[in-house]
Design a protein around this ligand. Structure first.
Ligand code: HPA
Length: 246
């Protein structure tokens, strides 16, 4: 049976517990090892793959994730559509803690990451990236959320920062002026690499905290982040099941 979807799990989402009959596959890639094994199982009548972006023990910080190897491994596994789960901070009013959002734009503030499969040989890969997230897959994700009664904000601009430190208040103020609604550290180059491979790709952003200077909290703590991600993620397996069995 063809693989319907891959889910890439982010901070706080290291397994897709709803997967049944799981097979674990390890892949080698020309770019080195991916973050961990690809777990392929059944969700209802569909086959779904899962990969933990930071490794299953969360060993890899955002700037050390081998995004090329991860995407290449999923591609080798036969994946053609990817739903990326990304834990984020919220910048604008509609994106408070525990909100789920399906952004439609991004701005890349990362640097020094291997952001293309093109290494100087062959045709340059100037892929079109005007719409960084696949409109078709986004629509399906939104429909699946609506079908399962899950609130999901439609749209928004994801600002990808380098990390691993959180941002300063001034950096977030600048990102707000730039038009960002969300801030995270893992959205790029993953989205662009998926496009280079011709994969459909959408982001399901899980808001863990108000970004620096946006809420009342004096400090952003890991406990707060993980508690909000756990609460907001409860509906995700149902959404994925509905998405792949539509
Ligand atoms: N900034 C960047 N990345 C994040 C944040 C944040 O506030 N929260 C969760 N991931």
């Amino acid at each position: 049976m063809e693989l319907a979807l891959a889910v890439i799990g982010g901070t706080g989402v290291y397994r897709l517990a709803a997967l049944e009959d799981v097979q674990t596959r390890s892949f080698d890639t020309p770019y080195g090892p991916p973050s961990g094994p690809v777990r392929i199982g059944r969700l209802g009548d569909a086959r779904v793959a899962f990969l933990a972006r930071h490794g299953e023990g969360h060993a890899l910080p955002p700037h050390r994730v081998n995004y090329r190897a991860n995407l290449h491994a999923l591609h080798q596994a036969g994946v053609r559509r990817v739903l990326a789960l990304n834990t984020v901070g919220g910048i604008t009013d509609a994106y408070g803690p525990r909100v789920l959002a399906c952004p439609d734009q991004l701005i890349d503030y990362t640097w020094g990451r291997d952001s293309t499969f093109w290494d100087g040989e062959g045709e340059p890969l100037h892929v079109d990236f005007g719409q960084p997230y696949s409109p078709g897959l986004r629509s399906e994700v939104l429909a699946a959320a609506a079908g399962t009664g899950l609130e999901l904000v439609d749209g928004g601009c994801y600002g990808a920062t380098q990390g691993p430190r959180l941002e300063t208040n001034a950096e977030i103020a600048r990102m707000r002026r730039d038009g960002c609604d969300l801030v995270g550290m893992t959205g790029m180059p993953e989205a662009a690499l998926a496009r280079e491979l011709g994969l459909e790709y959408a982001c399901l952003a899980i808001v863990a905290n108000w970004a620096a200077g946006c809420g009342d909290a004096a400090e952003i703590t890991l406990d707060e982040v993980l508690a909000n991600v756990a609460a907001a993620s409860a509906g995700i397996p149902g959404l994925v099941r509905s998405l792949v069995n539509a």
